[in-house]
Ligand binder design. Sequence first.
Ligand code: NAP
Length: 472
Amino acid sequence: MKKHLFINGQWQEAKEYRPLFSPYNNEQIAEIAFADEDDVDNAIDAAEKARPVMAKMPAHKRASILENLVELLKKNEEKCVRLLTLEAAKPWTTAKGEVARTIMTYKFAAEEARRIHGETLPLDAAPGGEDRLSFTIRQPIGVIGAITPFNFPMNLVAHKVGPAIASGNTIVLKPASQTPLTSLFLAELLQEAGLPDGVLNVVTGSGSIVGDRLVSDDRVKAITFTGSPAVGIGLRSKAGLKRVTLELGSNSALIVDKGVDLDAMIPRAVTGAFSFAGQVCISLQRAYVHEDLYEEFVEKFVAQTKKLKLGSPLDPETDVSAVISPKDAERAVSWIEEARASGAVVATGGGRHGNIVEPTVLLHVDPKQKVSCQEVFAPIVLINKISSIEEAVFYVNDSRYGLQAGIYTNDISTALKAAEELEVGGVMINDIPTFRVDHMPYGGVKESGIGREGIKYAIEEMTEMKLISIKK
Ligand code: NAP
């Protein structure tokens, strides 16, 4: 299977192709075009030429293209699931969940396309502002460079392509090198859905070659990036006055207060820690549990973890499959060893079978250990004991990151106080941090990023507000 670049509605050959391997068994899956700078230029050209077409397209037409896409995705659901299992080693059931969410994301995009509007302004509130009718409108920003990670290859692309089309923009999309197949399939589907040529261009290849070209070209008006903090911060530093949205990593935490019903929440917490082998930006990585419940929490959490089934991503029974590369499997195990050497207790897991890392629970971890203060992005969770919620909030905030946090408590005052004090983009009360539905505002503080996604909020980032004032 040889996959070309998708530029200006055409499948274009590249000068070079690179093999794509399965993260699960290292078999070659496909050959993928490796774009050079000229290819990226051509894609930006195509997006720039399509800009007026999209800017003039009425909202109902943009919405109906997205509605057509929703129908095509439903028809091709199984194929999408298969592609996700192949390119990302995402277990079948988890992949099905991602496809369902992707469909929902494009539905929200279709709906939001119909309600992009400004507001009227009482300029006469200021002396000298009398006798005017004034209002704002929102206009598309233009060509958007979208760069996406491997962990949700369909839904995180949807969070960029959906709002971009809904708000009348054009796009050059650079999917993660490990997961290009679903983006290339999306291009096919959107063409069938009636998207004009040049509106979506998919350029596969090196992150730095494509990224540098996108970020340094004046025709690209905004960069929307989801991925690791190092790459995101680098992009922003080169972006000049371009609008930049960064959805970056985290070491998300959960606080468990005394008196909480553990049986009800343990299965959910275990799913939050190990879903897609922990390779989720809001994966539960750190749990701070009140001393009154600590022993019981650990015992129940470990018992539930031991029930997880490891195996092939194609097996619908599999809970945990391979991490994305052998290098990441090695890194995960070395971080566990480092924690163990510094006094942490491995309550379960710690081993590796090929590229599958065992779901691992660590206890009594020093906050300076990598498994605590960096993003593990692997099936590893730590459970530490705290004697007060204040102490737990301190540990949660003692982090470079701040995406989401969760707190289970029966005391509403404790919950609200913690919610105000936690330095994150979203607080989930009586839930794990690993919660997202696709229309809520989503994004982080500190090194977890800037800007918000969630269709309505992404549209704000992808449009310019213009003031119009009529002197009567
Ligand atoms: P990554 O290595 O940063 O890659 C993300 C994307 O950036 C890929 O398309 C990659 O291309 C590209 N890239 C790499 N180097 C680049 C450069 N110098 N300039 C421009 N683009 C470049 O991240 P990942 O490993 O795929 O994904 C995991 C990270 O994403 C984690 O940190 C996770 O927390 C974060 N994430 C955040 C959210 C959120 O919403 N906050 C959601 C999901 C994931 P190549 O693949 O070709 O290298």
